[in-house]
Design a protein around this ligand. Structure first.
Ligand SMILES: Nc1nc2c(ncn2[C@@H]2O[C@H](COP(=O)(O)OP(=O)(O)O)[C@@H](O)[C@H]2O)c(=O)[nH]1
Ligand SMILES: [Mg+2]
Length: 263
């Protein structure tokens, strides 16, 4: 998967390489997967904060050119550090064709929290259950078919360190990008009170032209006080209309958290 990649030509039409982003908690094997796909040697290891920039590399698969993007590790789309903010901004951008959410098979439940947040924002997702060898040696078995049905996106078990499952992962990536697999991502439903506030915020965001997951994801961010998510919408010159509503957004958030605490 490591030939030089340029533009793609289909039916005489030239288009840009497809972009595959690897997202996930720290130490789930994102950089190991990135290296396996690109043939590069992005630093891997088990100490925090090692991936502080977005690293890109090229590869080719079945005659198509791809760019792999190794995002910094993050636990949440509600960031606590510059690295997490970088990963979040990328997920909210239009800079990718598919996100591979890399999870650790030995602590899947914790890792799936981020997967659910990403599924809220975009339909173009593949879930990679990595470190499956470690899980196996601990006697854990992961039912990826059931997980795939629950999450509504392809879910593939891998052991990035020894290459197990990588062809199946690439196949899933290709099928989501081409639309051969239609995803139906699981969308979390919150309490009726929160859903009501999300609808209200989504109404304010009407002028931005955001729809579907992006609209929902940005609404959740604003309800959680993550107002800088609007930076990714700067291309919209109607953004000022939305910004004008933010003070009200902050008030609603205070009300929601007070109600949640007093329940
Ligand atoms: N046993 C096992 N180790 C892995 C696997 N994938 C990655 N690792 C190891 O896990 C550690 C963290 O991997 P890394 O790619 O740096 O994780 P990142 O923080 O998500 O980029 C490294 O020591 C890798 O060699 C895997 O599938 N199985
Ligand atoms: Mg890394």
């Amino acid at each position: 998967m490591t030939e030089t990649a340029g533009t793609n030509t289909a039916g005489g039409v030239t288009c840009r390489p497809r972009i595959v982003a690897f997202a996930g908690n720290p130490n789930t094997g994102k950089s190991t997967l990135f290296n396996a796909f690109t043939g590069l040697r992005q630093h891997t290891g088990n100490w925090p904060g090692k991936t502080v920039t977005v690293t890109r590399g090229r590869f080719r698969f079945r005659g198509v050119n791809y760019i792999a993007v190794d995002l910094p590790g993050t636990y949440s789309l509600l960031p606590n550090s510059p690295e997490e903010r970088l990963a979040k901004d990328f997920i909210f951008s239009d800079l990718y064709d598919v996100v591979v959410v890399v999870t650790d098979a030995t602590c899947l439940e914790r890792n799936l929290a981020l997967a659910l947040q990403i599924l809220e924002v975009t339909d173009k997702v593949v879930v990679c259950v990595n470190l499956i060898d470690e899980a196996r040696s601990k006697g854990l078995r992961v039912n990826t078919e059931a997980l795939s049905r629950m999450l509504g996106v392809p879910t593939v078990a891998t052991s990035a360190r020894d290459g197990e499952g990588l062809p199946a992962l690439m196949d899933a990536i290709e099928s989501v990008i081409t639309g051969r697999t239609a995803t139906r991502p699981l969308k979390l439903k919150y309490t009726s009170e929160i859903e009501g506030q999300l609808r209200r915020i989504a109404g304010w965001l009407g002028p931005t032209g955001l729809v579907d997951g992006k609209l929902r994801g940005v609404s959740v961010q604003l309800l959680c006080g993550e107002c800088d998510v609007l930076d990714v919408l700067r291309s919209s010159n109607r953004i000022v209309e939305c910004l004008g509503k933010l003070d009200e957004g902050r008030r609603i958030r205070r009300e929601c958290s007070v109600n949640a605490v007093s329940r």
